[in-house]
Ligand binder design. Structure first.
Ligand code: ZN
Length: 350
């Protein structure tokens, strides 16, 4: 199975996350990508270089003003002097135009860059540095190259995407995600002529961004197993079982929230349910949002999935019998990140 690699994904260095106002070391580190590349190469995967793609699929997922903002916000931040006064070398939003603030009025585009950052970023955890855009755009190219491989006849391809993407919405970023790699891959598969695409998200957290992009669409199914946001976990506001789609998309979203502490048995029952729903959707291809942070050792979630659980997850996706584009999402325990990913990909291909 080919794995797509883009060197530029290493250039995003968030350095920190601002959590409850405290600057903490970030866990979405560049080393994640090299660990993934080395692990899949050691397992026998052929490493394929990502090729540049134009913005067509990207622009159909994300709003133009959002893309312009993300591409230019760091330079504007430097120009406004923030790295020296007050001494913040990363873009951190300052005020958020929540519905409670706007009270039904439209959100303007603020003049001040530190205020504008909050129009497009919905948390304080997702900082922008000098080469964040370069890396995020390269991750999209990796996902699109994996799509090309599958369209050309590969039964499965894996994109080593970093930064991850499933929390990025049409016009918003957050949760360590900037551009939605999985959503762009699904759109590209549709544009290749496939009628229906299913996205199966096995990251520990709900992919609120991906859900929101396709929430009213009948041509893309979104199914996710994740730690219950109602039990106090990110993204807190979304990912509940009653979210099933809207309008034409009614019934094409399936969320299976799991209690903290859930292990292989409950996890695999959830994945079986999602796979069955995906099968009845009759997709021509699957995009697997492959996060491995549901694993027992991962610091970012309380789920307790094992290597065998992730391998079986891959098998359940393979048993759908359609081509699969696997796009990397989360997974932050550097000692097991590689082996968990390899286990999933082995399930997907054997
Ligand atoms: Zn996650």
């Amino acid at each position: 199975m080919p794995s797509v690699w883009a060197e530029e994904t290493l250039r995003h260095e968030p350095e920190a996350e601002i959590w409850v106002g405290v600057r903490l070391l970030g866990t979405e580190v560049p080393e994640r990508a090299t660990i993934l590349r080395d692990a899949v190469a050691a397992a026998g995967s052929r490493i394929v270089a990502a090729t540049p793609h134009d913005d067509a699929a990207l622009a159909s997922v994300h709003a133009p003003d959002f893309l312009n903002h993300l591409a230019s916000v760091y330079d504007a931040w430097v120009e406004a002097g923030f790295p020296t006064d007050p001494g913040q070398n990363r873009v951190v939003p300052y005020v958020f135009p929540t519905p409670a603030m706007l009270a039904g009025m439209d959100a303007r585009v603020p003049t001040a860059i530190h205020a504008r950052a909050g129009r497009y970023c919905y948390d304080t955890m997702t900082l922008v540095g000098p080469r964040t855009w370069l890396a995020a755009r390269a991750a999209v190219d990796a996902a699109l190259t994996a799509v090309d491989l599958v369209v050309a006849g590969e039964p499965a391809a894996y994109a080593i995407c970093r930064p991850p993407g499933h929390h990025a919405t049409r016009a918003g970023y957050g949760g360590s995600c900037y551009l939605n790699n999985a959503a762009v891959a699904a759109v590209a598969l549709r544009r290749s002529g496939l009628e229906r695409v299913a996205i199966i998200d096995v990251d520990a957290h709900h992919g609120n961004g991906t859900q929101s992009v396709f929430y009213d669409r009948a041509d893309v199914f979104y199914g996710s197993a994740h730690v219950d946001p109602g039990a106090g976990w990110f993204p807190h506001y979304l990912g509940f079982a009653e979210e099933t789609g809207f309008g034409d998309g009614e019934g094409a979203t399936l969320n299976v929230p799991l209690a903290p502490g859930s292990g292989d048995e409950l996890w695999l029952a959830a994945i079986e349910r999602i796979a069955a729903a995906a099968a009845s959707f009759r997709p021509s291809a699957v995009v697997l949002s492959l996060g491995v942070d549901a694993a027992a050792d991962d610091p970012e979630s309380p789920l307790q999935v094992t290597h065998d659980g992730y391998r079986r997850t891959g098998e359940l996706v393979r048993e759908l019998g359609v081509p699969v584009v696997a796009v990397h999402e989360g997974g932050y325990h550097l000692q097991t990140l590689g082996s968990l990913t390899v286990a999933t990909l082995e399930g997907l291909t054997r």
